[in-house]
Design a protein around this ligand. Structure first.
Ligand code: NDP
Ligand code: MG
Length: 392
């Protein structure tokens, strides 16, 4: 078997680290071409020593100089690159077979889009790329013939439960609807009164999954599910009306596809991202992943309930933005990123997140941008608006 070269964008994060666990389990199959992060030098340094990539990329210049020095002292051959352009370079290099897109937020869009335009096999964790620029992104994938494989556990489950070779024609495939499961997050039982007082630490204590801080807050507000509804729309060419969300607190069923004949196909597994990562890496084959097997004899009951849009309005906002079309989802995402960062910094309360997003939507031009620069200008304008509303 020929060894496949992988670039990991967001290597130091939760998805990046899980990806490297899977890579380490299959040294005869995968080798790391490049590891990229923002500024976490020590973790990237340790990863470079273990995986010996040809390149390491950091955005922060001081962090890049420090990493260069550390690697030189350790006698490593890894070359350190710095800056945003380098992310695209290591995602499009001709030697690269696959790119794990696991930078958090809209910052992941440019390099992931570059990989799409270069026709790479893209393992997509960075859902914000599709939320911000779904139309542009899917167009690039179709034009270049890139292979887009969903890593997000729900979309990976849907991908597994849809017919092989599904081409986006729901009717021809006999699909009635996609059912996304949601854990409900750490505040599932909180009253509105209690939600006023929750802290960043409370929000980051997810009951089932260990994740980065931004997506943890998104999970707590149900914005993560909202982003995933939009992601499912683009990945599977499915209108909002045919995407349902059900709260399933045990996170055993990762999502389901309902067919015309009454069948519902689900994918089950432990709540461990290494399963969908391994699936995307090896597709259409399967490789082993270092995860604990589900035990049906000790699992207990699987339960289901409707999401509460009163307490968690972010999910409704996302459905509304998807239905509105244009750049509504991009503006929503930008506002959410600033609001979540402000909440994590202790500058606003949890319930202000949806309020700020709604206000940003009502103050922004939501018509569809014609190109990426125009879209990113709108993203920047929405960020500036929300930043201006947040107390210093
Ligand atoms: P983390 O916060 O754990 O990691 C984020 C990674 O992105 C880090 O490596 C960070 O580098 C890097 N990064 C941040 N900003 C930039 C930037 N401007 N340029 C380059 N690199 C940057 O996030 P997660 O791993 O949790 O999430 C990553 C993506 O995957 C998100 O889009 C999330 O929605 C998605 N996802 C995550 C899941 C999970 O279980 N964690 C599940 C499904 C989807 P540094 O460490 O140097 O800051
Ligand atoms: Mg998910």
């Amino acid at each position: 078997m020929t060894i496949q070269l992988i670039t990991v964008l967001g290597a130091t994060g939760s998805i990046g680290t899980n990806t490297l666990d899977v890579v380490a389990m299959h040294p005869q199959r995968y080798r790391v071409f490049a590891l990229a992060a923002h500024s976490q030098v020590d973790k990237l340094f340790a990863q470079c020593l273990q995986h010996k990539p040809r390149y390491a990329v950091l955005i922060d210049p001081q962090a890049a100089s420090r990493l260069r020095k550390l690697l030189a002292e350790a006698g490593s051959d890894t070359q350190v690159l710095q800056g945003e352009a380098a992310l695209a370079e290591v995602s499009t290099a001709s030697e690269v077979d696959m790119v794990m897109a696991a930078i958090v937020g809209a910052a992941g869009l440019r390099p992931t889009l570059a990989a799409a335009r270069a026709g790479k096999r893209i393992l997509l964790a960075n859902k914000e790329s599709l939320v911000v620029a779904g139309d542009l992104f899917m167009h690039a994938v179709r034009e270049s013939g890139a292979t887009l494989l969903p890593v997000d556990s729900e979309h990976n489950a849907l991908f597994q439960a849809l017919p092989a070779g599904f081409d986006g024609d729901l009717a021809a495939a006999g699909v009635v609807e996609l059912i996304l499961t949601a854990s409900g997050g750490p505040f599932r039982h909180h009253t509105l009164e209690q939600l006023q007082h929750v802290t960043a630490e409370d929000a980051c204590k997810h009951p089932n999954w260990v994740m980065g801080r931004k997506i943890s807050v998104d999970s707590a507000s149900l914005m993560n599910k909202g982003l995933e509804v939009i992601e499912a729309h683009w990945l599977f060419n499915t209108p909002a009306e045919q995407i349902k969300v059900v709260v399933h607190p045990q996170s055993v069923i990762h999502s389901m596809v309902r067919y015309h004949d009454g069948s519902i196909l689900a994918q089950l597994g432990s709540p461990d991202m290494r399963t969908p990562i391994a699936y995307a890496m090896a597709w259409p084959q399967r490789i082993a992943a270092p995860v604990q097997a589900l035990d049906f004899l000790t699992m207990g009951a699987l339960t289901f309930e409707a999401p509460d849009l009163q307490r968690f309005p972010c999910l409704k906002l996302a459905f509304d933005c998807l239905k509105a079309g244009g750049d509504a989802s991009a503006v929503m995402n930008a506002a959410n990123e600033v609001a979540v960062a402000s909440f994590l910094a202790g500058r606003i309360g949890f319930l202000q997140i949806p309020q700020l997003i709604e206000r940003a939507l009502s103050h922004s031009d939501l018509s569809l941008s014609s190109d990426l620069d125009c879209l990113l200008a709108k993203d920047a304008a929405a960020r500036a608006l929300v930043s201006g509303w947040v107390p210093a």
